[in-house]
Ligand binder design. Sequence first.
Ligand code: NIG
Ligand code: FE
Length: 416
Amino acid sequence: MRQRLDGAAGTQSRLLVRNLAQLATPSDAEAPLRGANLADVRVLHDAYVLCREGEVEQFGRMAELEPIAGDVDELDARGLCAVPGLVDCHTHPAFGGDRVEEFSLRAGGASYEELHAAGGGILSTVRATRSLDADGLRARVERHAGWMLANGTTTWEGKSGYGLDRDTELASLRAIRDAGGVPTWLGAHSVPPEFDDGDAYLGFALAEVLPGAAQVAAAADVFLERGAFDAAQARRYLEACRDAGLALRLHGDQFTESGAIPLGLELGARSVDHLEATGSEGARALAESDVVGVLLPASALFLDRPMPPARALVDAGAAIALATDFNPGSSFTTSLPLVCSLACTQLHLSPAEALSAVTVNAAHVLGCSHDRGRIAPGLRADLVLIDAPDWRYLAYHLAGDIVAAVIRGGLVAYRR
Ligand code: NIG
Ligand code: FE
Protein backbone atom coordinates (compact mmCIF):
# COMPACT_ATOMS: atom_id res chain seq x y z
CA MET A 1 0.00 0.00 0.00
CA ARG A 2 1.27 3.43 -0.86
CA GLN A 3 0.59 6.21 1.55
CA ARG A 4 0.86 9.82 0.59
CA LEU A 5 1.16 12.61 3.12
CA ASP A 6 -2.46 13.41 2.47
CA GLY A 7 -3.47 9.72 2.53
CA ALA A 8 -4.94 7.54 5.26
CA ALA A 9 -3.04 6.67 8.44
CA GLY A 10 -0.85 3.58 8.18
CA THR A 11 -2.20 0.14 8.94
CA GLN A 12 0.91 -2.01 8.58
CA SER A 13 3.52 -2.56 11.25
CA ARG A 14 6.14 -1.28 8.80
CA LEU A 15 6.39 2.18 7.32
CA LEU A 16 8.83 3.28 4.64
CA VAL A 17 9.44 7.03 4.47
CA ARG A 18 11.01 7.49 1.06
CA ASN A 19 12.45 10.22 -1.15
CA LEU A 20 13.49 12.52 1.70
CA ALA A 21 15.45 15.49 0.39
CA GLN A 22 17.63 15.21 3.49
CA LEU A 23 17.79 13.30 6.74
CA ALA A 24 19.70 14.87 9.63
CA THR A 25 20.54 13.22 12.96
CA PRO A 26 22.92 14.02 15.84
CA SER A 27 26.15 12.06 16.20
CA ASP A 28 26.18 8.74 18.04
CA ALA A 29 28.68 9.92 20.67
CA GLU A 30 27.58 9.14 24.22
CA ALA A 31 24.83 11.45 25.54
CA PRO A 32 24.84 14.19 26.58
CA LEU A 33 26.74 15.65 23.65
CA ARG A 34 29.13 18.45 24.60
CA GLY A 35 31.81 20.58 22.96
CA ALA A 36 32.45 19.80 19.30
CA ASN A 37 30.20 16.71 19.42
CA LEU A 38 27.18 18.96 19.82
CA ALA A 39 27.62 20.20 16.24
CA ASP A 40 28.36 16.74 14.83
CA VAL A 41 25.19 16.15 12.82
CA ARG A 42 25.11 13.49 10.12
CA VAL A 43 23.25 14.56 6.96
CA LEU A 44 22.14 12.13 4.23
CA HIS A 45 20.77 13.42 0.92
CA ASP A 46 17.99 11.62 -0.97
CA ALA A 47 17.26 9.33 1.95
CA TYR A 48 14.76 6.85 3.37
CA VAL A 49 13.80 5.61 6.81
CA LEU A 50 12.22 2.19 7.31
CA CYS A 51 10.24 1.78 10.52
CA ARG A 52 9.12 -1.53 12.01
CA GLU A 53 6.91 -2.01 15.06
CA GLY A 54 7.56 1.44 16.37
CA GLU A 55 11.31 1.43 15.89
CA VAL A 56 13.67 2.47 13.12
CA GLU A 57 14.73 -0.70 11.32
CA GLN A 58 17.16 0.95 8.93
CA PHE A 59 17.84 4.20 7.12
CA GLY A 60 20.07 5.22 4.28
CA ARG A 61 20.29 6.65 0.76
CA MET A 62 17.47 5.89 -1.68
CA ALA A 63 20.05 4.57 -4.15
CA GLU A 64 20.95 1.85 -1.65
CA LEU A 65 17.39 0.83 -0.76
CA GLU A 66 16.90 -2.89 -1.44
CA PRO A 67 13.44 -4.20 -2.39
CA ILE A 68 11.39 -4.82 0.75
CA ALA A 69 9.56 -8.12 1.11
CA GLY A 70 6.08 -8.20 2.67
CA ASP A 71 3.50 -5.53 3.38
CA VAL A 72 4.74 -2.06 4.08
CA ASP A 73 3.06 1.35 4.15
CA GLU A 74 4.89 3.90 2.07
CA LEU A 75 5.03 7.61 2.62
CA ASP A 76 6.36 9.71 -0.21
CA ALA A 77 8.36 12.51 1.45
CA ARG A 78 9.54 14.20 -1.73
CA GLY A 79 10.57 17.77 -0.97
CA LEU A 80 10.69 17.16 2.80
CA CYS A 81 13.51 16.66 5.30
CA ALA A 82 13.53 14.38 8.35
CA VAL A 83 15.01 15.10 11.76
CA PRO A 84 14.46 13.11 14.98
CA GLY A 85 11.21 13.74 16.85
CA LEU A 86 11.81 16.82 18.99
CA VAL A 87 12.04 16.48 22.77
CA ASP A 88 10.75 19.32 24.96
CA CYS A 89 12.41 18.75 28.34
CA HIS A 90 10.89 21.76 30.15
CA THR A 91 7.20 22.72 29.97
CA HIS A 92 4.46 23.82 32.38
CA PRO A 93 1.30 22.59 30.59
CA ALA A 94 -1.03 22.00 33.59
CA PHE A 95 -2.67 25.37 34.09
CA GLY A 96 -6.05 27.04 33.99
CA GLY A 97 -6.86 30.49 32.65
CA ASP A 98 -4.33 32.65 30.87
CA ARG A 99 -2.16 35.67 31.58
CA VAL A 100 -3.16 37.83 28.65
CA GLU A 101 -4.12 40.70 30.95
CA GLU A 102 -0.71 40.55 32.62
CA PHE A 103 0.89 40.39 29.18
CA SER A 104 -0.82 43.66 28.30
CA LEU A 105 0.34 45.25 31.55
CA ARG A 106 3.90 44.13 30.88
CA ALA A 107 3.68 45.60 27.40
CA GLY A 108 2.88 48.89 29.16
CA GLY A 109 5.96 48.67 31.38
CA ALA A 110 5.05 46.55 34.44
CA SER A 111 7.75 44.01 35.30
CA TYR A 112 7.23 40.25 35.73
CA GLU A 113 8.79 40.30 39.20
CA GLU A 114 6.62 43.26 40.33
CA LEU A 115 3.46 41.49 39.20
CA HIS A 116 4.57 38.33 41.03
CA ALA A 117 5.29 40.28 44.25
CA ALA A 118 1.82 41.88 44.04
CA GLY A 119 0.14 38.44 44.07
CA GLY A 120 -0.31 38.22 40.30
CA GLY A 121 2.00 36.18 38.10
CA ILE A 122 2.31 32.54 39.10
CA LEU A 123 -0.23 32.93 41.93
CA SER A 124 -2.93 34.19 39.56
CA THR A 125 -2.46 31.00 37.55
CA VAL A 126 -2.62 28.99 40.79
CA ARG A 127 -6.08 30.47 41.45
CA ALA A 128 -7.26 29.64 37.92
CA THR A 129 -5.82 26.13 38.07
CA ARG A 130 -7.38 25.33 41.46
CA SER A 131 -10.77 26.27 40.04
CA LEU A 132 -10.59 23.39 37.51
CA ASP A 133 -11.66 19.88 38.40
CA ALA A 134 -9.54 16.88 37.34
CA ASP A 135 -11.36 16.56 34.00
CA GLY A 136 -10.95 20.27 33.28
CA LEU A 137 -7.25 20.06 34.00
CA ARG A 138 -6.95 16.96 31.85
CA ALA A 139 -8.63 18.75 28.95
CA ARG A 140 -6.19 21.65 29.22
CA VAL A 141 -3.13 19.40 29.27
CA GLU A 142 -4.42 17.37 26.29
CA ARG A 143 -4.99 20.56 24.33
CA HIS A 144 -1.46 21.74 25.07
CA ALA A 145 -0.04 18.31 24.17
CA GLY A 146 -1.77 18.66 20.77
CA TRP A 147 -0.06 22.00 20.22
CA MET A 148 3.29 20.40 21.01
CA LEU A 149 2.74 17.53 18.59
CA ALA A 150 1.80 19.96 15.80
CA ASN A 151 5.16 21.65 16.40
CA GLY A 152 7.12 18.42 16.03
CA THR A 153 7.44 17.44 19.69
CA THR A 154 7.17 13.67 20.18
CA THR A 155 8.43 13.50 23.78
CA TRP A 156 7.75 16.13 26.42
CA GLU A 157 8.21 16.76 30.07
CA GLY A 158 5.42 18.53 31.94
CA LYS A 159 5.61 20.13 35.36
CA SER A 160 2.92 20.56 37.98
CA GLY A 161 3.34 23.67 40.13
CA TYR A 162 0.12 25.64 39.59
CA GLY A 163 -1.86 23.68 42.17
CA LEU A 164 0.37 23.86 45.24
CA ASP A 165 -2.27 21.94 47.17
CA ARG A 166 -2.39 18.17 47.37
CA ASP A 167 -5.30 17.42 45.08
CA THR A 168 -4.45 19.88 42.31
CA GLU A 169 -0.77 18.91 42.27
CA LEU A 170 -1.58 15.20 42.02
CA ALA A 171 -4.31 15.83 39.42
CA SER A 172 -1.78 17.85 37.39
CA LEU A 173 0.81 15.07 37.48
CA ARG A 174 -1.76 12.44 36.48
CA ALA A 175 -3.08 14.62 33.66
CA ILE A 176 0.46 15.05 32.32
CA ARG A 177 1.17 11.32 32.55
CA ASP A 178 -2.13 10.38 30.92
CA ALA A 179 -1.58 12.83 28.05
CA GLY A 180 1.73 11.07 27.31
CA GLY A 181 4.11 13.44 29.09
CA VAL A 182 6.94 12.79 31.53
CA PRO A 183 5.70 14.31 34.82
CA THR A 184 7.87 16.49 37.06
CA TRP A 185 6.62 17.57 40.48
CA LEU A 186 7.29 21.32 40.71
CA GLY A 187 6.01 21.37 44.28
CA ALA A 188 8.30 24.29 45.13
CA HIS A 189 7.18 26.79 42.48
CA SER A 190 5.79 29.54 44.72
CA VAL A 191 4.49 29.90 48.28
CA PRO A 192 0.68 29.73 48.11
CA PRO A 193 -1.29 32.38 50.02
CA GLU A 194 -2.57 30.05 52.76
CA PHE A 195 0.98 29.69 54.15
CA ASP A 196 2.97 32.39 55.94
CA ASP A 197 6.32 31.45 54.49
CA GLY A 198 8.26 28.97 52.38
CA ASP A 199 9.34 26.81 55.32
CA ALA A 200 5.77 26.29 56.49
CA TYR A 201 4.62 25.48 52.95
CA LEU A 202 7.47 23.00 52.40
CA GLY A 203 6.58 21.26 55.66
CA PHE A 204 3.13 20.65 54.23
CA ALA A 205 4.24 19.78 50.71
CA LEU A 206 6.87 17.25 51.78
CA ALA A 207 4.60 15.56 54.32
CA GLU A 208 1.32 15.61 52.41
CA VAL A 209 2.08 15.79 48.68
CA LEU A 210 5.48 14.14 48.12
CA PRO A 211 4.32 10.57 48.91
CA GLY A 212 1.65 10.75 46.18
CA ALA A 213 3.77 12.80 43.79
CA ALA A 214 6.61 10.28 43.96
CA GLN A 215 4.20 7.59 42.67
CA VAL A 216 3.54 9.52 39.48
CA ALA A 217 6.44 11.89 38.82
CA ALA A 218 9.86 11.02 37.40
CA ALA A 219 11.57 14.14 38.74
CA ALA A 220 11.20 17.07 41.13
CA ASP A 221 11.89 20.73 40.38
CA VAL A 222 12.24 23.91 42.47
CA PHE A 223 12.15 27.63 41.60
CA LEU A 224 15.28 28.83 43.42
CA GLU A 225 14.97 32.59 43.17
CA ARG A 226 14.47 35.82 45.07
CA GLY A 227 10.75 35.95 45.91
CA ALA A 228 10.33 32.16 45.57
CA PHE A 229 12.57 29.65 47.46
CA ASP A 230 16.07 30.26 48.80
CA ALA A 231 19.01 27.85 48.63
CA ALA A 232 18.39 26.33 52.07
CA GLN A 233 14.73 25.69 51.25
CA ALA A 234 15.63 24.30 47.82
CA ARG A 235 18.11 21.92 49.44
CA ARG A 236 15.51 20.71 51.94
CA TYR A 237 12.96 20.11 49.17
CA LEU A 238 15.37 18.45 46.73
CA GLU A 239 16.98 16.18 49.32
CA ALA A 240 13.57 14.90 50.40
CA CYS A 241 12.57 14.35 46.76
CA ARG A 242 15.84 12.57 45.99
CA ASP A 243 15.27 10.29 48.99
CA ALA A 244 11.82 9.49 47.55
CA GLY A 245 13.49 8.33 44.32
CA LEU A 246 12.95 11.37 42.09
CA ALA A 247 15.52 12.82 39.69
CA LEU A 248 16.29 16.48 40.41
CA ARG A 249 15.88 19.63 38.32
CA LEU A 250 16.22 23.30 39.28
CA HIS A 251 14.91 26.59 37.92
CA GLY A 252 18.03 28.62 38.62
CA ASP A 253 19.73 31.94 37.82
CA GLN A 254 16.63 33.28 36.04
CA PHE A 255 16.80 36.75 37.62
CA THR A 256 19.59 36.42 40.21
CA GLU A 257 22.45 34.02 40.91
CA SER A 258 21.07 32.48 44.09
CA GLY A 259 23.14 29.31 44.37
CA ALA A 260 21.31 26.96 41.99
CA ILE A 261 24.42 25.78 40.15
CA PRO A 262 26.47 24.83 43.24
CA LEU A 263 23.44 23.13 44.76
CA GLY A 264 22.56 21.30 41.55
CA LEU A 265 26.14 20.09 41.17
CA GLU A 266 26.36 18.97 44.79
CA LEU A 267 23.10 17.03 44.62
CA GLY A 268 23.80 15.51 41.19
CA ALA A 269 20.80 17.17 39.55
CA ARG A 270 19.88 16.25 35.99
CA SER A 271 19.77 19.92 34.99
CA VAL A 272 19.76 23.54 35.99
CA ASP A 273 17.36 25.48 33.77
CA HIS A 274 17.15 29.18 32.74
CA LEU A 275 20.67 30.57 33.52
CA GLU A 276 19.89 34.06 32.16
CA ALA A 277 21.77 35.58 35.14
CA THR A 278 24.66 33.09 35.25
CA GLY A 279 28.11 34.70 35.45
CA SER A 280 31.45 33.35 34.25
CA GLU A 281 32.22 31.37 37.41
CA GLY A 282 28.87 29.60 37.37
CA ALA A 283 29.21 28.88 33.67
CA ARG A 284 32.64 27.35 34.22
CA ALA A 285 31.44 25.18 37.11
CA LEU A 286 28.48 23.93 35.11
CA ALA A 287 30.66 23.24 32.06
CA GLU A 288 32.96 21.04 34.12
CA SER A 289 30.06 18.98 35.47
CA ASP A 290 27.65 16.35 34.17
CA VAL A 291 24.67 18.59 34.96
CA VAL A 292 22.92 19.79 31.80
CA GLY A 293 22.27 23.51 31.35
CA VAL A 294 18.76 23.83 29.90
CA LEU A 295 18.44 27.10 27.99
CA LEU A 296 15.04 28.71 27.46
CA PRO A 297 15.51 31.58 25.00
CA ALA A 298 11.78 31.94 24.31
CA SER A 299 11.28 32.77 27.99
CA ALA A 300 14.09 35.35 27.98
CA LEU A 301 12.60 36.89 24.83
CA PHE A 302 9.01 36.87 26.14
CA LEU A 303 10.11 38.64 29.35
CA ASP A 304 12.61 40.90 27.57
CA ARG A 305 15.40 39.54 29.76
CA PRO A 306 19.08 38.96 28.92
CA MET A 307 19.82 35.75 27.03
CA PRO A 308 21.74 32.97 28.85
CA PRO A 309 25.49 32.68 28.09
CA ALA A 310 25.01 29.77 25.69
CA ARG A 311 28.10 30.27 23.55
CA ALA A 312 30.38 30.53 26.59
CA LEU A 313 28.82 27.38 28.05
CA VAL A 314 29.24 25.34 24.88
CA ASP A 315 32.76 26.62 24.23
CA ALA A 316 33.72 25.69 27.80
CA GLY A 317 32.45 22.14 27.14
CA ALA A 318 29.07 22.25 28.87
CA ALA A 319 26.27 19.85 28.00
CA ILE A 320 23.31 22.01 27.05
CA ALA A 321 19.73 21.36 26.02
CA LEU A 322 17.08 23.76 24.71
CA ALA A 323 13.40 23.80 25.67
CA THR A 324 10.31 25.98 25.28
CA ASP A 325 9.47 26.58 29.00
CA PHE A 326 5.87 26.63 27.73
CA ASN A 327 3.72 28.34 30.40
CA PRO A 328 1.10 31.13 30.46
CA GLY A 329 3.28 33.80 32.09
CA SER A 330 6.84 33.77 30.86
CA SER A 331 6.83 31.74 27.63
CA PHE A 332 3.54 31.18 25.84
CA THR A 333 4.83 28.99 23.04
CA THR A 334 5.03 25.24 22.38
CA SER A 335 7.32 25.63 19.36
CA LEU A 336 10.75 24.00 19.53
CA PRO A 337 11.42 25.10 15.92
CA LEU A 338 11.00 28.70 17.17
CA VAL A 339 13.40 27.88 20.01
CA CYS A 340 15.93 26.54 17.47
CA SER A 341 15.64 29.78 15.55
CA LEU A 342 16.21 31.83 18.72
CA ALA A 343 19.14 29.57 19.59
CA CYS A 344 20.83 30.60 16.34
CA THR A 345 19.93 34.30 16.27
CA GLN A 346 20.07 35.08 20.01
CA LEU A 347 22.31 32.42 21.57
CA HIS A 348 24.76 32.20 18.64
CA LEU A 349 24.53 28.44 18.36
CA SER A 350 24.67 26.73 14.99
CA PRO A 351 21.64 24.88 13.58
CA ALA A 352 23.49 21.61 14.25
CA GLU A 353 24.12 22.51 17.90
CA ALA A 354 20.48 23.51 18.25
CA LEU A 355 19.30 20.20 16.75
CA SER A 356 21.36 18.15 19.21
CA ALA A 357 20.08 20.33 22.06
CA VAL A 358 16.38 19.70 21.24
CA THR A 359 16.78 15.98 20.55
CA VAL A 360 19.42 13.75 22.10
CA ASN A 361 20.48 16.12 24.90
CA ALA A 362 16.91 16.94 25.86
CA ALA A 363 16.20 13.19 25.92
CA HIS A 364 19.20 12.76 28.22
CA VAL A 365 17.69 15.29 30.66
CA LEU A 366 14.57 13.11 30.74
CA GLY A 367 16.59 9.90 31.15
CA CYS A 368 15.52 8.46 27.80
CA SER A 369 18.42 9.08 25.40
CA HIS A 370 18.94 5.30 25.21
CA ASP A 371 15.81 4.92 23.06
CA ARG A 372 15.17 8.29 21.39
CA GLY A 373 16.66 11.59 20.32
CA ARG A 374 18.41 10.33 17.16
CA ILE A 375 17.53 8.45 14.00
CA ALA A 376 19.20 5.07 14.39
CA PRO A 377 18.26 1.40 14.08
CA GLY A 378 16.61 0.12 17.27
CA LEU A 379 15.59 3.57 18.50
CA ARG A 380 11.98 4.74 18.55
CA ALA A 381 10.67 5.69 15.12
CA ASP A 382 9.96 9.32 16.06
CA LEU A 383 10.51 11.70 13.14
CA VAL A 384 9.60 15.23 12.16
CA LEU A 385 9.15 15.85 8.45
CA ILE A 386 9.82 19.47 7.68
CA ASP A 387 8.54 21.21 4.60
CA ALA A 388 11.90 22.44 3.33
CA PRO A 389 14.72 21.50 0.96
CA ASP A 390 17.36 21.74 3.73
CA TRP A 391 16.98 20.47 7.32
CA ARG A 392 18.43 23.73 8.66
CA TYR A 393 15.11 25.42 7.86
CA LEU A 394 14.22 24.00 11.29
CA ALA A 395 16.09 27.03 12.67
CA TYR A 396 16.14 29.27 9.59
CA HIS A 397 12.37 29.71 9.56
CA LEU A 398 11.80 32.34 12.25
CA ALA A 399 8.24 31.33 13.10
CA GLY A 400 9.04 27.62 12.94
CA ASP A 401 5.99 27.08 10.78
CA ILE A 402 7.53 24.24 8.77
CA VAL A 403 6.27 20.99 10.31
CA ALA A 404 4.62 18.96 7.52
CA ALA A 405 4.10 15.73 9.47
CA VAL A 406 5.11 13.98 12.65
CA ILE A 407 5.75 10.24 12.96
CA ARG A 408 5.60 8.88 16.47
CA GLY A 409 6.35 5.27 17.25
CA GLY A 410 6.31 4.46 13.52
CA LEU A 411 2.83 5.91 12.92
CA VAL A 412 1.82 9.20 11.33
CA ALA A 413 0.60 11.08 14.42
CA TYR A 414 0.17 14.50 12.80
CA ARG A 415 0.05 15.94 9.33
CA ARG A 416 -0.53 19.50 8.31
O1 NIG B 1 10.02 28.75 34.15
N1 NIG B 1 10.25 30.82 36.68
C1 NIG B 1 9.38 30.14 37.16
N2 NIG B 1 8.46 29.43 36.51
C2 NIG B 1 8.09 29.58 35.13
C3 NIG B 1 7.16 30.70 34.93
C4 NIG B 1 5.89 30.46 35.54
C5 NIG B 1 4.87 31.55 35.31
O2 NIG B 1 5.19 32.73 35.11
O3 NIG B 1 3.71 31.16 35.38
C6 NIG B 1 9.30 29.72 34.26
O4 NIG B 1 9.56 30.76 33.65
FE1 FE C 1 10.00 26.87 33.72
